[in-house]
Design a protein around this ligand. Structure first.
Ligand code: C5P
Length: 236
């Protein structure tokens, strides 16, 4: 099934398959933070992030967000549509935290009056710098139409996930999305949605249940990921 490796990122590997329109994605336990300066393995992370993404992407499809996801193949692998990743990371924020709080001097946990969509250039070498959509068009990373669609889909993801997590006792603080283009030129949601790429706070205690436990040396990283898998798959 898996042929040659096409790409290796910090948390996943992507393989070609016999079908030129499909890839296999393999989730790793490797974790990095601060642009690769801090590295470790989080035991069970690959399986958990695969399971969480495989649970959420079909739900998002049902909510009108086309995705690259086809099916979960094994504990660490999923079959996806082959896409070319648009090198623009899309961050959606409900509540101030992380780099937003630092950059603007806004206390973490401050509710935002409306969701904020931010864009970064996907570049490890440059540390994913903040950009605006003019920059992405000017440098040929995406068209104006693609970016309009990406923003619409990112907000649709937010409108679906925020109440989905709230019903499971989780505040969705912010998250990062990546989009790709199929061979037919369609923009689809790609990459993953997991505690690596979202901030999740317990609705009662505000306990962090995401990668900030690793970034900030809070301990209990594995338990937090396992708890998020439990909450995500919990029926309401
Ligand atoms: O660090 P920052 O506050 O900009 O992160 C915003 C959100 O995007 C967080 O949920 C974080 O986990 C996610 N993120 C990511 N990959 C990056 C940068 C941020 O998944 N390269």
């Amino acid at each position: 099934m898996k042929l040659e490796q096409r790409y290796e990122g910090k948390a996943k590997r992507v393989y070609a398959t016999e079908n030129p329109r499909e890839y296999v994605v393999e989730y790793k336990d490797d974790a990095t933070a601060f642009n690769g300066v801090k590295r470790a393995q989080i035991r069970g992370k690959g399986e958990i992030n695969n399971a969480i993404t495989a649970h959420l992407f079909p739900l998002l499809e049902g909510a009108g967000v086309p995705t690259h996801f086809i099916e979960r193949l094994s504990e660490r692998e999923q079959r996806v549509r082959a896409v070319e990743i648009i090198p623009v990371e899309v961050i959606v924020r409900n509540v101030a935290a992380g780099s937003f709080s630092k950059r603007l001097g806004v206390e973490e946990g401050t509710e935002l009056r409306r969701p904020v969509v931010e864009y970064c250039y996907k570049s490890d070498a440059l540390g994913d710098p903040l950009i605006n959509t003019d920059t992405a068009v000017a440098l040929g990373w995406a068209s104006e139409e693609d970016l309009t669609r990406i923003r619409e889909l990112a907000l649709r993801v937010r409108d679906f996930l925020t109440p989905y997590f709230a019903a499971r006792g989780i505040r969705l603080i912010d998250f990062k999305l990546e989009f790709g283009k199929t061979q037919g030129g369609r923009v689809v949601l790609a990459d993953e949605i997991s505690p690596d790429t979202c901030r999740f706070w317990d609705a009662e205690t505000n306990e962090k249940l995401d990668k900030d436990r690793f970034r900030r040396d809070l301990g209990g990283v594995e338990d937090a990921y396992a708890e998020m898998l439990r909450r995500v798959t919990q029926p309401t």
